[in-house]
Write a protein that binds this ligand. Structure first.
Ligand code: IMP
Length: 193
């Protein structure tokens, strides 16, 4: 099976993406290729940050690879936390980030938000970008224990439950990351025709 590096250390994402690409690609993550460097994410957009990660792996390991950069954009917070989603509350982690969003949204009537993912692919020395977006609303309190990050407060449009109340399979049918990854997969397949 063809190998592709997914430039991430995040086990949740590795598991999700392996499920999306099952039977088609063998996905190696940064740990699998022995890359222990914390690749700097100094870009100003999801696309820049994703491309920084693929460039690093391609330069140092000469392997085809892809990387994603994702985050939560909240309309009433001027699309924050955005690229700062993983460190919105500093070093406190997922729970602290979620609590800070809830706090900053207290009393706010406009609860529109979206998750956005941009995937960067380096394939045969060419760079490509793919994007996925899912719109929804923010709950006032957490619900559900599955998933990670802001999942317990994000309710996708058309659903009465949060991402954290969905099975991984249900989330993978609609999520921002799944949409971007599905575009990546369609592209990779089109190259093989
Ligand atoms: P990353 O760039 O995909 O690592 O995402 C950065 C941050 O955005 C994560 O640490 C989470 O806080 C948030 N995030 C991204 N995707 C999701 C998701 O599917 N559910 C919940 N939070 C997410």
């Amino acid at each position: 099976m063809r190998e592709l590096v997914f430039a991430t250390n995040n086990q949740h994402k590795t598991v999700e993406v392996r499920q999306l690409l099952e039977g088609q690609y063998k996905i190696l993550n940064l740990g699998d290729i022995g890359c222990i460097t914390d690749i700097p994410e100094t870009g100003h957009t999801f696309a820049e940050n994703a491309a920084l990660k693929t460039s690093y792996v391609h330069l140092n390991y000469q392997m085809d690879c892809f990387a994603d950069d994702s985050g939560l954009e909240v309309e009433a917070l001027n699309n924050q936390p955005g690229i700062y989603s993983a460190r919105y509350a500093g070093t406190g982690g997922d729970m602290a980030n979620l609590q800070l969003v809830l706090k900053n949204m207290e009393g706010q009537a406009n609860r529109k938000a979206c998750f956005r993912t941009v995937v960067s692919l380096v394939q045969n020395n060419e760079n490509y970008l793919f994007e996925g977006v899912i719109n929804g609303t923010l709950r006032e309190e957490s619900a559900g224990v599955k998933g990670f990050g802001y999942d317990p407060i994000f309710q996708p449009d058309g659903y009465a439950i949060t991402f954290a109340e969905m099975s991984m399979q249900e989330k993978n049918e609609i999520s921002h990351r799944a949409q971007a990854m599905n575009k990546l997969i369609a592209f990779l397949k089109s190259l093989q025709v």
